[in-house]
Ligand binder design. Sequence first.
Ligand code: BGC
Length: 519
Amino acid sequence: MELPLLPLFALSFCFSIFLGSCDDFLSVKENSSSSPFPSNFLFGTASSSYQFEGAYLTDGKGLSNWDVFTHEPGKIIDGSNGDVAVDHYHRYQEDVNLMHHIGVNSYRFSLSWTRILPKGRFGKVNWAGIHFYNRLIDALLNRGIEPFVTLSHYDIPQELEERYKGWLSDEIQEDFRYYADICFKNFGDRVKYWVTLNEPNVASIRGYRTGMWPPSRCSASFGNCSYVGDSEREPFIVAHNLLLSHATAVHLYRTKYQKKQGGSIGIVMNTVWHEPFSNSSEDKLAAERAQSFYMTWFLDPIILGEYPAEMREILGQDLPAFSRKDMEKLKSGLDFIGVNHYTSFFVKDCIFSECEPGRGSSRTEGYALKSPQMNGISIGEPTALDWLYVHPQGMEKMVTYIKHRYNNIPMFITENGLGTRESSNPTNNEIINDVERVDYLRGYLDSLAAAIRKGADVRGYFVWSLLDNFEWSDGYIIRFGLHHVDYATLNRTPRLSAIWYKNFIALHAPPAPTNASSY
Ligand code: BGC
């Protein structure tokens, strides 16, 4: 398949706004001899099964929590769902070709638990699902693209919700172990990078505090929930089970597979740089608490063996305790930290000063009011998303924070990208010339490079995302792709950012080895 080169309208656009050549705009400054990225650095794009695959009932797949949730009226802004998504299930070969054209040497994707085990451990293995992932993994390796695989990117079998309330029950640890075992056994000969869970912090908060996501559990003052819940306690119970499920899978990998298969395993956290709103020691401590109640909530138990001190102090009995057996399990730790990083917020103390109620100000969230704007000052350029403000410096600060707290354990930036909203009748120019995305990626990669130059052990970077896709509560309204997807035809078209990223990789990474003929 021949891919379009830089579309003509993009060229004319570049000339008109930059009064120079498009090459100037697309150029990536550094030369390879001074590149801060190590020679084996992974440059990739990221995706997840529910957001990409579609084929939600094809070839024996079972229903996931997200399949069921999106079919309930009113849950997704545009009333859409991931039944078809971008049909990656049928178009994966085309998508691998797109990746190859960009020159990435890695692809982060997730397995759909219910494509492999339609009813968790309470049913049979669906071999059609295993064969699909075998085909995808082989297609990637044929193009010299390393698979970087997440076991669960928010999706779990609906069966587990119905049997024992999913992550609320400690039974799920056994289901996760059973599922992980099948994945390591079938794919571990070729998959060398495993992620247990994508953003367990976000899954706990959105599913059980605000109730915006399945299983829609929350209680007043946190959300308007259709079901029951307890926003003050359930997120911590769920987090505890997520942590122990992670530990169970890592323990299994370490004892049964790692030596033979030679891969590594980690967890992916959503990270937000929390900038103290003032120089006061109160606001600085509040920013620390904001990290604890959001991120180190998970990483501390896995790496340091206990919940952060601030959480233990403030939550007391509401924070579940680890039994001796749990502590043993947690010792399996991780090999790397996956960092999803998009944005930064200001943080203001709410212990010593009065705070209006708002995100973070409650006891359950550590009394640390978080906002992208305070006293009329914005942390960065606003975007189409109310949680995403452009603050590239946050990348260096976040990576450096993790480096210091966890003794420079290897990190991968497992997601970074910009979401945009298209007008109702977009011109070709609007569709393709995603100048803001190029600026965003350039800024964040520059900032990452600065952290690496100062010694952070970062081993890879993945743009979210290869394609526009199903953006959870925002449906198809928000677009994150290096490629535009026309949802009527499912045609993929490279944006300016795809070409910019291709140039960036060419400058910083050697071409990927491939045993396939080039096209
Ligand atoms: C999630 C993705 C999501 C992206 C943009 C990340 O936190 O892992 O699934 O699409 O953010 O919202």
